[in-house]
Ligand binder design. Structure first.
Ligand code: MLT
Length: 395
């Protein structure tokens, strides 16, 4: 028997990660019912191919890697300058100032969300509920003290700092929110930035779904004055450009984030990444750069519009059935109330058994998600229409 000690904080976690558990249940169902066509609307995984301009850039880069003169070895640890500049320019086009040098390229927002805890000490962490489960799981793994900020129908799933007493927190914000699709307006985000500045807190802002925003809402926390003194932002090419299988994301850690005991967060993140991460491959970074070009943004917006139309189809079906739901407008997710007061996992089982549609139980996003259910709009059109038809017979 080994005598080593393990990180026993893992005992605080649920047995398996939300989307692994869903995958396991669906595989078991499919194995027992091989003739049934299951429609997957669980994990938010894209289905449309990469935009042509992205593929072209990746092909060109692969060819360069096959020629001695243009071959490249390890990428620069924080990303190639061409991509960091392109990200900075992407922000500038939205009227937001982000220096290229504050941008850190990575293989995914999920990795960065999970890894950021490495540079933080023992703080109380404020996590919205419901929200993307990685915030909770990674803080549980680190043994951090967690407080939940529950949101619900009454506040439109947008928690506010109104009832907080000035305590210092690490505050997670996801806008547009995964899973509810709720988006903070400027006043809503300003309240958080003001709270963070006054209390010495840090905001970790997840903007992975910003490309879906419709209307005049902030796409970045740095749209709010003072955020550069209290916020880290994490964004991704996964949903905006269909990179779930290609892997590329970025994190902004402004130079101006300093603690009262003299630590500079950008220096810590740079040190962490240099030690534990070896960068994103050259062809993928060229592909990401192409996604942010004028043509790339246009082509990727067409992908986003396609998913938005799927969301509309689902949303209209729920309207016809009089089922309360949010999201689907500035988000690829539809967040609906389970009928007849069902629990979200019971509803998951019912949908799988009766109509072979897979969604995500709201409880997986935190206790405040119990009684709700998430459907993604990332399927192809045909499957979305078919799923809407099947669901309509059930409600
Ligand atoms: C989701 O379904 O919530 C996301 O696809 C998960 C992720 O981005 O890691």
């Amino acid at each position: 028997m080994m005598k080593i000690k393990v990180n026993d904080n893992f005992a605080r976690l649920k047995e398996s990660y939300l989307f692994s558990e869903i995958g396991r249940k669906v595989r078991a169902y499919q194995a027992a019912n091989p003739d049934k066509k299951v429609i997957r609307m669980g994990i938010g995984d894209v289905t449309l191919p990469l935009a042509p301009v992205v593929v072209e850039a990746m092909e060109k880069a692969v060819k360069e890697m096959g020629v001695k003169e243009t071959f490249r070895g390890y990428p620069p640890e924080y990303g190639y300058a061409f991509l960091r500049d392109a990200i900075s320019a992407y922000y500038a086009r939205k009227g937001v100032k982000v220096a290229s040098d504050d941008v850190f390229v990575s293989d995914g927002a999920k990795s960065d969300v999970g890894n950021i805890v490495d540079i933080l000490g023992k703080n109380t962490v404020l996590i919205p509920s419901p929200v993307y489960p990685v915030y909770m799981d990674s803080n549980l793994m680190s043994g951090n003290r967690i407080e939940l900020l529950e949101a619900g129908e009454a506040d439109g799933f947008l928690g506010t700092p109104d009832l907080l007493d000035g305590e210092t927190y690490v505050i997670y914000i996801c806008s547009p929110n995964n899973p509810t699709g709720a988006v903070y307006d400027r006043a809503g985000l300003k309240a958080w930035v003001d709270y963070a500045l006054a209390s010495g807190s840090l905001i970790i802002f997840d903007s992975a779904y910003e490309a879906f925003i419709k209307g005049d809402y902030p796409h970045s926390i740095y749209d709010i004055e003072g955020a550069e003194k209290c916020a880290i932002e994490i964004c991704s090419f996964s949903k905006m450009a269909g990179f779930t299988g290609t892997r590329c994301a970025w994190t902004v850690v402004p130079e101006t984030l300093v603690t009262e005991d003299g630590f500079n967060l950008k220096k810590l993140w740079a040190r962490r990444q240099a030690t534990k991460f070896n960068g994103v491959s050259y062809p993928v970074q060229r592909a990401a750069e192409a996604a942010l070009s004028e043509e790339g943004v246009r082509e990727c917006a067409a992908l986003v519009d396609y998913y938005a139309e799927n969301a509309k189809i689902l949303s209209e079906m729920l309207d016809r059935k009089g089922i309360f739901h949010t999201g689907g407008v500035s988000s690829p997710y539809i967040w609906l109330k389970c009928p007849k007061g069902m629990s979200s996992w019971d509803f998951f089982d019912l949908l799988l058994e009766k109509v072979q549609v897979v969604g995500t139980p709201g409880e997986g996003f935190g206790e405040a998600g119990e009684g709700f259910f998430r459907l993604t709009a990332f399927s192809d059109r045909e499957s979305t229409i078919e799923a809407a038809k099947r669901l309509e017979t059930l409600f």
